[in-house]
Design a protein around this ligand. Structure first.
Ligand code: G3H
Ligand code: 13P
Ligand code: NA
Ligand code: ZN
Length: 328
């Protein structure tokens, strides 16, 4: 059954759990996440980026979700637009059956340039007004995701110019967050706290200087009812890096967001936890293993089956850690 982000996160807040939001681009990812959810009775957030929608095509994506619902009628599914960059993207997502949209007004529509506060409030409020009329939830973002270590962030893809953003831009201001939520009426708020997208978040195991969990606590103190969203929350586990590299991959040593930090966030109002990189890495390591271990193999299914299993196991472990398991 399809549910909105608001319905799911209200339930999560009431019961004190968090929900991982996994990115989907293809059938194998949908199958893996749904199998994981069904095996531990967890509600799911499936999120599609603009890139995912153009990769799979909106019709294909919509039909895959319909099929997943039919396969697993007992699992509540929230279909969410990840990082919508303008009103048209959010509207077309809703037309294709999304029950939640992120209007990311922290950046201009080019998704590279930091936006000012007034632009963010105005565009997010317009999307919320439109979405709420048709029963769809909205996630907003205040502050630019990016690295406190390097000051990199605007592009949110790890490829922005180094040292261009100040700590002020890279950390959400808690008082401004209160004003933003009042002005926009968003159902959930993504905050900037030192995390960034991709595998290369931190050059060492993060501490309070580079992963600002205090931002979460400060916002939660001011607005205990607000559902917070952590982006860039892959843990980039050492064992996945090793598996990837063992089979010919070349990933330099890196650190992500430790699961115990996410659990601290969940104790302070974090309800949605965005994870894409870990999913990519789990699948890619499994595909590499087949490619290097059996060089005669050319049946795509023999590559994808272990990749599905690796992603399923990763998702199940996050459902269990975040307390999502058993909540469907
Ligand atoms: O926003 C970041 C997610 O990892 C989605 O990435 O835009 O390459 O699909 P993508
Ligand atoms: P990761 O790159 O850490 O998986 O973050 C994904 C994300 O925030 C998608 O919006
Ligand atoms: Na999102
Ligand atoms: Zn994100």
């Amino acid at each position: 059954a399809r549910i909105t982000l608001r319905q799911l996160l209200d339930h999560a807040a009431e019961r004190g759990y968090g929900v991982p939001a996994f990115n989907i681009n293809n059938m194998e990812q949908v199958i893996a996440i749904m199998e994981a959810a069904a095996s531990c009775d967890a509600p799911v957030i499936l999120q599609a980026s603009r890139g995912a929608r153009s990769y799979a095509g909106d019709r294909m994506l919509a039909k895959m979700i319909e099929a997943a619902e039919a396969e697993h009628p007992q699992i509540p599914i929230c279909l969410h637009q990840d990082h919508g960059n303008d009103e048209a993207t959010c509207l077309s997502a809703i037309q294709h059956g999304f029950t939640s949209v992120m209007m990311d007004g922290s950046l201009m529509a080019d998704a590279r340039t930091p936006a000012d506060y007034d632009y963010n409030v105005a565009i997010t409020a317009r999307v919320t007004d439109m979405a709420h009329r048709v029963g769809v939830s909205v996630e907003g973002e205040l502050g630019v995701l990016g690295s406190l270590e390097t000051g990199t962030g605007a592009a949110e893809d790890g490829h922005g110019a180094e040292g261009t953003l100040s700590h002020d831009q890279l950390l959400t201001d808690p008082d401004q967050a209160v004003a933003f939520v009042r002005a926009t009426k968003v159902d959930a708020l993504a905050v900037a706290m030192g995390t960034s997208h991709g595998a290369y978040k931190f050059s060492r195991k993060p501490d309070g200087a580079i992963l600002a969990m205090h931002v979460i606590r400060a916002i939660n103190e001011r607005m205990p009812e607000l559902h917070l969203v952590m982006h860039g929350s892959s843990s980039v586990p050492q064992d996945l890096q090793e598996a990837f590299n063992r089979h010919g991959g070349e990933m330099p040593q890196t650190w992500g967001v430790p699961v115990e930090e996410i659990l601290l966030g969940i104790r302070h109002g974090v309800r949605k936890v965005n994870i894409d990189t870990d999913c990519r890495l789990a699948m890619a390591a499994a595909i590499r293993k087949v490619a290097t271990g059996n060089r005669a193999e050319f049946d795509p299914r023999q590559f994808m089956k272990p990749a599905i299993a690796a992603l399923r196991d990763l998702c199940r472990s996050r459902f269990q850690a975040f307390g999502t398991a058993g909540q469907a």
